[in-house]
Structures are given as structure tokens and as C-alpha cells.
Unconditional design. Structure first.
Ligand code: C5P
Length: 230
């Protein structure tokens, strides 16, 4: 959490920034925290995914993507406010399944390394936070995007646990140890690809969720946010 809050800062819409590596539970926790606080949730990763999906749609067979090509394709992406979350739409339509698919996941880190794509995502997220309080999640929300966020949390978890949670969500059953081990490999590779973009703010509260339920994570973050609002 950041230091003393000035009167000007108090008047600014509140930002709760939740960062952390892949499958650390950021998005589902952020969504829940937003619901409890009555804020809107913004998933910055969904915008990187949407830009990637838009480029795949525009140039399906192409592999040598340039920054200009990605930015041109990203014109098809809009961030639409829903009741409790903003949703990244492609050509005006919710494309959640496409955004979470393997084709996007395997290319998104490459797109996320493009500086002008990062500027584009950051501007969209900041605009979403202009009007009302938000819970934002990503890799650099508490550093590059909202360095003055009143609440900053960095979530981490053991890679075995992260892999297991991800598989339970995807398979809707208890995964085998062999399946978890394969998923750990995939996660470790994505962590390595995202390392440069993932930044823990010096003033973020570090929460290791390995032994916490999601409800406990949410309670902690809500408590931190309520303390910051007082
Ligand atoms: O959070 P999620 O895993 O859906 O994010 C997808 C990808 O977007 C990440 O693997 C990372 O490459 C990129 N990302 C980023 N900075 C953010 C959020 C996501 O570089 N703030």
C-alpha cells in the first residue's frame, strides 16, 4: 500500500491494482474483489489477448507480426463497460472463448512485448479508470500504469499449485500428477516469456496464495482496500 493519502488523491477515483504471474488467480480474485467493493473490474491481460486475437483474425497464416500490423488489427478491439466488469470485445462482439484459446495464449507474450501495444493497452485501462473506482489486474498495473494506485497487491503462488488450479478450472475434475507436471512446464515457460513485463511495485502488499482459499485472498484484499478508503 502507498503512503499517506493527500486530499487531491482522495478525490481521484480509487484504483486497486492487482498484479502477479500467470495463473496466480489475479483475474478471478480481482473480479470478486470488485463485486464486494462495488467497483468495476478491468482485466488488462484480456486486452493483450484481444489484440492478439484480432491479429490472428486479420492475418491467420502470418507469423512475422509487426507492431504496426498488431496495432492496425487492434482497432477492432473495444473495452465495453458491463455491470461489474469491463469486457474486451472484438468487432463489437464478446469473444471470451477465442481470447482464452491456445492460439492466442501461445502468441500473446510476443504481442505484449511491443512497446506501442503496451501504450495502447495502458491508455485503454487508464480511460476505464477515469470515471469510477476500479480493480485492475495484470503484470504492471501497480508500476507502469497506476504508480499512484492507492492499493497495490502482488499475488504469487507455488507453480505446482498454480498449475493445479488452472487444470481444475479447465478440466472440471481433479488432475493427475502427470497432468500437473506438464502444466507446470507450460507455466514456467510463460513466466519466462513475461518476465520483463511483470513488475512488483516496491509498495505492493505481497500475498502468497499457495495455502489460501480464494475467499481468504479476497477478504485480505478487501480489508486492505477498505483501510485505504478510510
Ligand atoms: O493475465 P493473462 O495471463 O490473461 O495475460 C495474458 C498475457 O498478457 C500475459 O501472458 C502477458 O504476456 C500479457 N500481459 C502483460 N501485462 C499485463 C497483463 C498481461 O504483459 N499488464
Amino acid at each position: 500500500m502507498t503512503s499517506p493519502v493527500s486530499a487531491a488523491e482522495r478525490r481521484r477515483p480509487l484504483v486497486v491494482a492487482i498484479d502477479g504471474p500467470a495463473a496466480s488467480g489475479k483475474s478471478s480474485t480481482a473480479k470478486w474483489v470488485a463485486r464486494v467493493l462495488g467497483f468495476r473490474h478491468v482485466d488488462s491481460g484480456a486486452l493483450y489477448r484481444a489484440a492478439t486475437a484480432a491479429t490472428l483474425r486479420a492475418a491467420p497464416g502470418d507469423t512475422g507480426w509487426t507492431e504496426d500490423a498488431v496495432l492496425a488489427a487492434a482497432a477492432a478491439v473495444t473495452l465495453v463497460p458491463g455491470e461489474t466488469s469491463f469486457h474486451a470485445h472484438l468487432d463489437g462482439v464478446d469473444a471470451e472463448e477465442e481470447l482464452r484459446g491456445g492460439a492466442v495464449t501461445s502468441r500473446v507474450s510476443l504481442v505484449a512485448r511491443m512497446p506501442r501495444v503496451r501504450d495502447w493497452v495502458n491508455a485503454m485501462v487508464r480511460r476505464a479508470a477515469e470515471g469510477s473506482p476500479v480493480v485492475v489486474d495484470g503484470r504492471d498495473m501497480g508500476t507502469a500504469v497506476f504508480p499512484h494506485a492507492r492499493v497495490k497487491v502482488f499475488l504469487v503462488a507455488d507453480s505446482w499449485e498454480r498449475a493445479k488450479r488452472r487444470l481444475v478450472q479447465r478440466l472440471e475434475r481433479v488432475p493427475t500428477d502427470a497432468e500437473i507436471a506438464d502444466e507446470v512446464d507450460a507455466l514456467v515457460q510463460r513466466d519466462a516469456k513475461d518476465e520483463a513485463q511483470t513488475r512488483q511495485a516496491a509498495d505492493a502488499v505481497l500475498i502468497d496464495t499457495t495455502y489460501l482459499t480464494q475467499e481468504e485472498q479476497v477478504e485480505r484484499i478487501v480489508a486492505i482496500a477498505r483501510a485505504a478508503m478510510r
